[in-house]
Design a protein around this ligand. Structure first.
Ligand code: PEP
Length: 255
């Protein structure tokens, strides 16, 4: 059974002080420590030092929202996976739709980022998802297949099991319009089939759903066979809703 996870994506929000406060509120919830699922937040780069200080030794894991596709060198402004690993990050989101669209990230770039993360001992959270136009044109599956295969083709066969996959339909991100549990399950089932086609050992890959996940809708999403948790944007910016989503995922962890 894939490992259940709930990962927050704070995007470009907060200050050192407000994010430190939020980290404390989440990690101080004693229930987190008792859960059998992984809970994590992906913080802005400038906050990793403070995050390491606050979360080391706690049950709450953390990550970053991107990393460089390059190992090191003359890449002004970039931050490498090794640099982030030095702080103890567990996760790096790669291929988020906001990076694919605002920063023109190519399929091969996302694959290279996933590889850099794995080489540094960080779990890449690989985002795939179709735009509304692609869904309306009946091209949703083709889009996510192309995005996933580009990443798998970038990884050595014995490293593919190291990734977490996140299905994030672009039309559901930050819009308040979540995919229905059925729409999400259909795509997750398709993605799991693709993974299995590549290797039977990938059938256990954690596949998160992301796109306007709120506590009210989370239970129905987590009840689906192939939904192993959530990548949460807006609702991870406050401790209350984020902790509620974590608890709802834990209820479906089968533990
Ligand atoms: C995201 O940015 O990954 C995301 C899912 O955002 P939201 O939950 O706000 O839609």
């Amino acid at each position: 059974m894939p490992r259940k996870r709930v990962i927050g994506n704070w995007k470009m929000n907060g200050t050192i002080a407000s994010n430190a406060r939020l980290l404390r509120e989440i990690k101080d919830d004693m229930a987190i420590a008792a859960l059998t699922i992984d809970a994590a937040v992906c913080v802005p780069f400038l906050h990793v030092s403070e995050t390491q200080r606050i979360l080391t030794g706690t049950a709450l894991k953390w990550g970053v929202q991107d990393i460089s596709a390059f190992r090191e060198g003359a890449y002004t402004g970039e931050i490498s996976a090794d640099m982030v690993a030095e702080f103890g990050a567990t996760y790096a989101i790669v291929g988020h739709s906001e990076r694919r669209s605002h920063h023109a990230e190519a399929l091969t770039t996302v694959g290279a980022k996933a590889l850099r993360a794995i080489e540094a001992g960080i779990t890449p959270v690989v985002c795939v998802g179709e735009t509304l136009r692609e869904r309306e044109d009946g091209a949703a599956r083709e889009t996510v297949e192309t995005q996933l295969l580009a990443v798998l083709d970038s990884l050595p066969a014995d490293q593919m099991h190291s990734l977490v996959l996140a299905y994030e339909p672009v039309w559901a991100i930050g819009t308040g319009r979540s995919a229905s549990p059925r729409q999400a399950q259909e795509m997750h089932e398709f993605l799991r089939r693709l993974l299995r086609t590549r290797s039977e050992s990938l059938a256990d890959t954690t596949i998160l759903y992301g796109g306007s996940v709120k506590p009210a809708a989370a239970a129905d999403l987590f009840a689906q066979n192939d939904i192993d948790g959530a990548l949460v944007g807006g609702a991870s910016l406050e401790a209350g809703p984020f902790l509620d989503i974590i608890r709802l995922a834990a209820n479906h962890a089968g533990a």
